[in-house]
Ligand binder design. Structure first.
Ligand SMILES: Nc1nc2c(ncn2[C@@H]2O[C@H](COP(=O)(O)OP(=O)(O)OP(=O)(O)O)[C@@H](O)[C@H]2O)c(=O)[nH]1
Ligand SMILES: [Mg+2]
Length: 182
């Protein structure tokens, strides 16, 4: 390693801490995604009753990822986690056509939250490994995502099960981190 690159590394460290909030309906795959990000075993995941948090390093950032349970009775508690969020990651089960409207309504409510105003939004169109999954572009259209004009946003097709598309999504996240609190 050359002197310059060593100096550059020293200058960059310590990694900047960022807060990522993972939300979405129950069964959408948030915890599976979180474990995939942390390179942990994904074979024994049960519905989240409270929340999980993990820290992962990426692109010179220390990403503190908060995964909150998505069951209907837990959703009122989502708001306790809004503060200081740098990027909101919204996870959708692309194969769950029956709850597409429900997930759209929850997302619309989040976009109206003052504490999440202008926070960049990544939507993971998850479970793309399933034959029955709706393509990400079609989801974007159904949810009228093109009407979002008050923040940066992106839809990323992925499978938390196979990890396909997950890194592409995280690359977008790292490029769009907002440092509103600094
Ligand atoms: N086929 C497929 N199954 C997935 C994928 N991601 C998650 N699952 C499965 O979906 C189910 C729910 O996953 P979880 O990660 O527990 O979902 P969650 O969003 O954390 O659910 P709550 O904690 O209840 O909010 C599990 O059986 C996962 O194995 C995926 O990309 N493809
Ligand atoms: Mg969970």
């Amino acid at each position: 390693m050359g002197l310059l690159s060593i100096l550059r590394r020293l200058k960059q460290s310590p990694d900047q801490e960022v807060r990522l909030l993972l939300l979405g309906l129950d069964n959408s795959g948030k915890t599976t995604l979180l474990k995939q990000l942390a390179a942990e075993d994904i074979s024994h995941i049960t519905p989240t009753q409270g929340f999980n948090i993990k820290s992962v390093q990426s692109s010179g950032f220390k990403l503190n990822v908060w995964d909150i349970g998505g069951q209907r009775k837990i959703r009122p508690y989502w708001r306790n986690y809004f503060e200081n969020t740098d990027v909101l990651i919204y996870v959708i089960d692309s194969s769950d056509r029956k709850r597409l409207e429900e997930t759209g309504l929850e997302l619309a409510e989040l976009l109206d939250e003052e504490k999440l105003a202008a926070v960049p939004l990544l939507i993971f169109a998850n479970k793309q490994d399933l034959m029955t999954a709706t393509p990400a572009s079609e989801l974007a259209e159904s949810l009228h995502l093109h009407t979002i004009r008050d923040r940066m946003w992106q839809v990323q097709a992925c499978s938390a099960l196979t990890a396909e598309g997950v890194q592409d999504g995280m690359t977008w996240v790292c490029r769009n981190i907002s440092f509103r609190k600094k």
